[in-house]
Every structure is written in structure tokens, then in C-alpha cells.
Design a binder for this molecule. Structure first.
Ligand code: G16
Length: 545
């Protein structure tokens, strides 16, 4: 007979959630009481679990199974009415959001460190999503953190492992544990949003070839069901689509650096027409055409401009939003459509209120995230299907679609330079030094660039009035163009400085330049202004996207 245990514990000081939940190295999560403290703090923050229903799932990374068992046992011990679990402990982040919304749940727990590598020494993460299906807003994550600082006990069940490998229901004490199909509800939703007949024609007609890279992470089974079972594409379009606990030793971040094999295929001699990848937990996406890469900032703008071609968005968009460091390409489309474009801090959680209030339909970020009001998370496969739907309807390839877009709206040259694993003190000192100089920077000239204005970005949520500050330093230049500096909130080792560099042009003769070359003088100004080499000892970024 299962028995509820009350376990005495003491707080950990380092459980403040970052941009997207609590992310730490696996050995940190393996410390006695570490995971349990955080989970009980979530339950306490939402007023206990008594009589409530939540869903739990993860990206299948190392420690996923152990954490799922702990969370199930704690949910039962805390009196949950029901806990839904993805079969095998798997659920992509957007699928979890959909499950919460579809079944009207009280929330969900997502186990993932997103695109960060996995394994015994790799990263792990945990995130709470609220009843709207979205990541808990700042006031909730702050409250969870406060709770972690005073927790002194948690409840857990004294019971053997619960089998989550087969669909069905098990009753334990007052709780029903239901193992659900992680794929079906989500794929049904995709089929309602997009024109599957048109996409099937595209994927099965002679000549069009695509490759989808699952990066050995959670989306493999979703991609198999969507592309092979429902859209009848050749099985060969699936690459690395079996989820592995260490992601095959890879770094499941769909960008030009970490999805190198896919990039090489798309830039090779026999390149397919379309390439796409998603990340560890399935919320990010990368889009490639033949010998062509679509920057995420362009991607969200192009989806918005072509949304009328897609079943779900045929009647128009209510508004759009982008995170502050994302390029302003989306603003051009919004202006043309006569709709609002909101600028939010980095973090999907900041889109939640705008989506709930019906202010926006589509939103996106430079960090390979795009989504809409169909769920409350960014959604990798959704973005990929959206692109396929546009290609099918327009009968043009990726490059043609993007280049036409630039000709109509102008091109926003964009690059992000990341300096990873910096000494946190030095990284904070660099940001502080910039902040101190905010008033004196305007008028400063570096090479061809003169600073026009600058600020430290703050945001007041237009729906609930909540305010956040210090969300990144923006520097605007006289010759148009912008540089943004901020520290990442998702890393688990040292600090990462992100420098976002952007310059628009409407000159049709300048549309096919290499972004690093086009932006060279701004890149130089960005590095000089912040004294990056002097302060960090790094002469070049670790990753350029
Ligand atoms: C998370 C957030 C995104 C954010 C990204 C990068 O994505 O949901 O909103 O843009 O992190 O954040 P940072 O620049 O602070 O590292 P994911 O895919 O990691 O959950």
C-alpha cells in the first residue's frame, strides 16, 4: 500500500528560474532534495495540488525518467486529482501547452533544458506552465523562487516505480495517473491549422525533396506522424528522428553551428529543396532552402506577411509581437497590414498576456522561436508546416519567397554574436559599465558609426501593468541600425553575452550581401563601445548566428 511521506528539507539558494525555468547541470538536480524542493515550491505557489489536474512530460534527456517518477509520486502525495504523463515520459513543449489548453488543466511541468546538451554531465531543466498553457509569468516564477527560499518539507509517495511506457490509467490513492499518447492531439491540431492536402501534394510530387532533422530529440515521433504517416512523404526525409537521452552526443540547437550536418546537406551538390530542424524540446525551428538560410527574424516577418495563405490565419492577424532583440523586419509587415506590432523582453512568457487578450496572433524571436495563438509556447513543427504551406500555395522556393519579401519590405541585415562561458563578474561589469555611460554615449563616433540614442530596455505589460527593467541595452546609430547587448538567462555555465546587430536597407542593389560584411562597421562599433576584448579577453565571439 502506497504511503505518503513528509520529508524535512532545507532551502537551496540557487533556484531562481531564468529566461525559461530552472536550468542546471544534471549533478545539481541529482543532489538530495534539489528537484523535490523545486517541485514542492511550485505546488505551494499555486495553492497546493489538492483536487487539481496537471500534465508532466519532457524532452527525453538524461534524468528525464527519474524526474518524471519523482514528480508523479509528489503529485499523488500532494493530493492531485489526476496527473497526465506523456508515454515514455515524452512530450514536446508545444504539445504540452496544447494538452493543458485542450483538457483545461491546472498547469503542466515540462522537463527540458531546451537546446542545451544532455547526458550525465549535461544540462537539465524544469519549467511550470500555467492554465493558459504558457510559461509561468514573471510574478509566478518570482513567487516560486520565494517559496524555494523558505521550504522546509515536501510530500512524496513511498511506492515502487510507476509504469509510464503503456497508455492507460492507474489509480493510486486519490489520484488517477493517465499515460497519454504524446503525439496524437498535437498532430490533430496541426492538421486543423494547415492545408495538409496542399502540403501532401508538394511533398509527394516529383522533384520536391525535404529533410527534417530531429537532432535525436523529442520531435522525432511527431515528425514521423506528420510527414510520413499523414503527409505521405518518403521515410528518407527524416534525419536523426529517434530520441536519445544524450541527443546522440549532439547539441540540439537548430542553428548554423550546431545543425551543421543538415546545413551541409542543404548547401551540397544534390541539395534538397527544403531543410528544417527543431531543438531538444521541439519549440525552436530552423528553416533552410537550397543553399539558403532564413534568419529567424525574417522568418516570423515572412510568416506574418503570408498568413492569409494558411487556413487558420485566412481571416487576418489581430496583431504581432517580437522580442526586443529580434530584428524589426516584422514591424515593416505590421505597418503594411495596419496592425500593431508589440516589442517585448526576451522570453516567451512575455507574449502570454498579449495572446490571451487577443491582441496578437503571431509572434517570434531571433532565437529560432516562432509561434501563434494556437498554443502558448513557440512551436518548431508549426513553423515548419507554415513554411511548407506557403511554398505549396505560392509555388516558389524558399529563396524566391525571401528575396521577394526583401524587395517589397526591405532587408534587415541581422547577426547575433555570442560570447559564451564568460566569467560572470566580468560580464556583469561590462553591462554595468555600459549602463553608467548611457547618458554620455549619444554623439560618440566609432569609425563610420555615430551613436544617436541609447537606453536600458524596460517593459510594462499592456494587459496587467506588470513592469520589468534591465532587459537589454539598446544603442541606435545615426546611419540607421541598432546594437543590443544583454546577458543570456538560459545558460548553466558562466555567463553568455549576446550582442545583436541589425541594419535595414531598402536599396534593391544591396540585398544580396553577406551579413557579416554588410554589418562590419556596426560589428566593430559594437565591440569597441562595450570594450568586449579588453573586458572579457575574447577577441571573437564563440557562436555567430
Ligand atoms: C528560451 C526562451 C526564449 C528566449 C531563449 C533565449 O528559449 O523561451 O524566449 O529567447 O530562451 O534566451 P536567452 O537569450 O536568455 O538565453 P528556450 O528554447 O531555451 O526555452
Amino acid at each position: 500500500m502506497a504511503k505518503v511521506l513528509r520529508i524535512e528539507t532545507t532551502p537551496f539558494e540557487d533556484q531562481r528560474p531564468g529566461t525559461s525555468g530552472l536550468r542546471k547541470k544534471v549533478p545539481v538536480f541529482q543532489k538530495r532534495h534539489y528537484l523535490e524542493n523545486f517541485v514542492q515550491s511550485i505546488f505551494n505557489t499555486i495553492g497546493g495540488l489538492n483536487g487539481k489536474t496537471i500534465v508532466v512530460g519532457g524532452d527525453g534527456r538524461y534524468y528525464n525518467n527519474e524526474a518524471i517518477q519523482t514528480i508523479i509520486k509528489m503529485s499523488v502525495a500532494n493530493g492531485a486529482k489526476k496527473i497526465m504523463v506523456g508515454r515514455g515520459g515524452l512530450l514536446s513543449t508545444p504539445a504540452t501547452s496544447h494538452i493543458i489548453r485542450k483538457y483545461g488543466l491546472d498547469g503542466g511541468i515540462i522537463l527540458s533544458a531546451s537546446h542545451n546538451p544532455a547526458g550525465p554531465e549535461g544540462d537539465f531543466g524544469i519549467k511550470f506552465n500555467t492554465p493558459n498553457g504558457g510559461p509561468a509569468p514573471q510574478k509566478v516564477t518570482d513567487a516560486i523562487y520565494e517559496e524555494t527560499l523558505k521550504i522546509d518539507h515536501y510530500f512524496i509517495l513511498d511506492i515502487e516505480e510507476i509504469d509510464v511506457s503503456t497508455l492507460g490509467q492507474i489509480q493510486v490513492l486519490d489520484t488517477v495517473i493517465e499515460v497519454i499518447d504524446p503525439v496524437k492531439d498535437y498532430v490533430d491540431l496541426m492538421e486543423r491549422l494547415f492545408d495538409f492536402d496542399a502540403i501532401q501534394d508538394l511533398l509527394t510530387k516529383k522533384g520536391f525533396r525535404m529533410i527534417y532533422d530531429g537532432m535525436h530529440a523529442v520531435t522525432g515521433p511527431y515528425a514521423r506522424e506528420i510527414f510520413v504517416n499523414r503527409l505521405r512523404a518518403e521515410k528518407g526525409c527524416l534525419y536523426r528522428c529517434d530520441p536519445l537521452p544524450d541527443f546522440g552526443g549532439g547539441h540540439p540547437d537548430p542553428n548554423l553551428t550546431y545543425a551543421r550536418e543538415l546545413v551541409d546537406m542543404l548547401y551540397g551538390d544534390e541539395a534538397p529543396d527544403f531543410g528544417a530542424a527543431s531543438d531538444g524540446d521541439g519549440d525552436r525551428n530552423m528553416i533552410l532552402g537550397r543553399k539558403f538560410f532564413v534568419t529567424p527574424s525574417d522568418s516570423v516577418a515572412i510568416l506574418a506577411a503570408n498568413a492569409h495563405l494558411v487556413k487558420a490565419y485566412r481571416d487576418g492577424l489581430k496583431g504581432v509581437a517580437r522580442s526586443m532583440p529580434t530584428s524589426m523586419a516584422l514591424d515593416e509587415v505590421a505597418h503594411d497590414l495596419g496592425i500593431a506590432c508589440y516589442e517585448t523582453p526576451t522570453g516567451w512568457k512575455f507574449f502570454g498576456n498579449l495572446l490571451d487578450a487577443g491582441k496578437i496572433t503571431i509572434c517570434g524571436e531571433e532565437s529560432f522561436g516562432t509561434g501563434s495563438d494556437h498554443v502558448r509556447e513557440k512551436d518548431g513543427l508549426w513553423a515548419i508546416l507554415f513554411w511548407l504551406n506557403i511554398i505549396a500555395k505560392r509555388g516558389k522556393d524558399v529563396r524566391e519567397i525571401v528575396e521577394e519579401h526583401w524587395r517589397r519590405y526591405g532587408r534587415h541585415y541581422y547577426t547575433r554574436h555570442d560570447y559564451e562561458d564568460l566569467d560572470p563578474d566580468k560580464a556583469h561589469a561590462l553591462m554595468d559599465a555600459l549602463r553608467v555611460r548611457l547618458r554620455t554615449l549619444p554623439g560618440t563616433t566609432i569609425g563610420d558609426e555615430t551613436v544617436e540614442s541609447c537606453d536600458d530596455f524596460s517593459y510594462t505589460d499592456p494587459i496587467d501593468g506588470s513592469r520589468v527593467e534591465h532587459q537589454g541595452i539598446r544603442v541606435f546609430f545615426k546611419a540607421k541600425g541598432r546594437v543590443v547587448y544583454r546577458l543570456s538567462g538560459t545558460g548553466t555555465q558562466g555567463a553568455t553575452l549576446r550582442v545583436y546587430i541589425e541594419r535595414p536597407t531598402r536599396d534593391n542593389k544591396q540585398l544580396d550581401q553577406d551579413p557579416q560584411a554588410f554589418l562590419a562597421s556596426l560589428i566593430h562599433a559594437a565591440s569597441t563601445l562595450a570594450q568586449i576584448t579588453e573586458r572579457t579577453g575574447r577577441s571573437r565571439p564563440s557562436v555567430i548566428t
